[in-house]
Design a protein around this ligand. Structure first.
Ligand code: GLU
Length: 303
């Protein structure tokens, strides 16, 4: 068993953009086992702050499938949209210190801006003031490397100014951007370690930077490999990933454990969920995930 403080708090934070699929199940299982294997708490937070991308009723589909798979969360499920006042206050705090600024650049204005692996690298056009009208709020970045050691993927480093540029914390449509909301809520909920898919690892330095600017502590991070379909694309609603079925959750859970490189014994085939979870909590080991970037979902019956 890992020795972690008894105060471990983990979380699963799905966006209600559709039903859970095998890829999202892996993040739920890994975050749950990482918490429960040390007797820690595990929270579920629905990240419903981007209505244009959401699907009505997806939150309930997600909650029902988590329950059908036997996940037991601590406390009530939280909804990120309930924290908007807090998020707005943090944006105001950053504006007041002068590190955040209004930006009137539209997508079209940025059409010729340089692009990197993270997308458009904001050229800083509005750093010294911008035209009025509709604005987003950006945070000023610098090029001192932001570094962290990921528990599965090892040391990571990013230079924000040249790799992403000043990034948006409040969108032109008035919605709070993901990076700000996730940092605020993880801190407010006392999350000690964030376990999520490696597709979000590139976002982590921007989130650590926000924590630093807001004076919030930085949790530990563990990014698990992403489940890919036969075309090497991440399983997602966009790539047509199949919704998880509540039928035979034990078999699906065993497949998820195998995909996460655990080795549940054959004797667990057909066993009840409780026995599978018990085995998984007792044997959970992240060592086989070290350096692993992707999982071919087809090998485990999905994709
Ligand atoms: N809500 C995000 C998603 O569903 C995950 C956020 C996170 O784990 O930090 O992709």
């Amino acid at each position: 068993m890992r020795s972690e403080p008894a105060s471990y708090v983990g979380r699963f934070a799905p966006s209600p953009t559709g039903a859970l699929h095998f890829g999202s199940l892996l993040a739920a299982v890994a975050s749950y086992l990482q918490a429960r294997s040390v007797g820690g708490r595990w929270l579920v937070r629905i990240e419903d702050i981007d209505p244009p991308r959401e699907q009505p009723g997806a939150d309930q589909l997600i909650i029902d499938i988590l329950a059908a798979f036997g996940f037991e969360w601590d406390g009530p499920i939280s909804y990120q949209s309930k924290s908007t006042t807090r998020h707005e206050a943090l944006v105001d705090q950053l504006l007041a210190t002068g590190i955040a600024y209004a930006c009137s650049c539209s997508r079209r204005d940025l059409a010729n801006a340089p692009r990197g692996p993270l997308g458009v690298i904001y050229p800083g056009s509005c750093r010294k003031g911008c035209l009025s009208g509709e604005t987003s709020i950006r945070i000023r970045t610098h090029d001192e490397p932001i570094q962290f050691v990921d528990a599965a993927q090892g040391p990571q480093s990013q230079r924000l100014e040249s790799e992403s540029g000043d990034f948006v914390i409040k969108r032109r449509d008035g919605l709070i951007a993901y990076h700000l909301a996730v940092v605020a809520d993880d801190f407010d909920q006392g999350i000690t370690e964030i376990v999520r898919g490696i597709d979000l690892m590139d976002s982590t330095p921007r989130q650590i930077y926000l924590q630093q600017q807001l004076g919030l502590s930085t949790p530990q991070y563990l990014h698990i490999p992403v489940a890919n379909n036969d075309h090497g694309q991440k399983l997602s609603k966009l790539t047509g990933a199949e919704a998880l079925s509540a039928a035979c959750p034990g078999n699906t859970l065993l497949s998820a454990l195998r995909a996460l490189r655990q080795e549940p014994p054959g004797a667990l085939t057909g066993a009840n969920l409780e026995s599978i979870w018990q085995w998984a909590m007792e044997h959970w080991d992240t060592a086989p995930l070290r350096g692993l970037k992707s999982i071919p979902a087809r090998q485990f019956g999905y994709g």
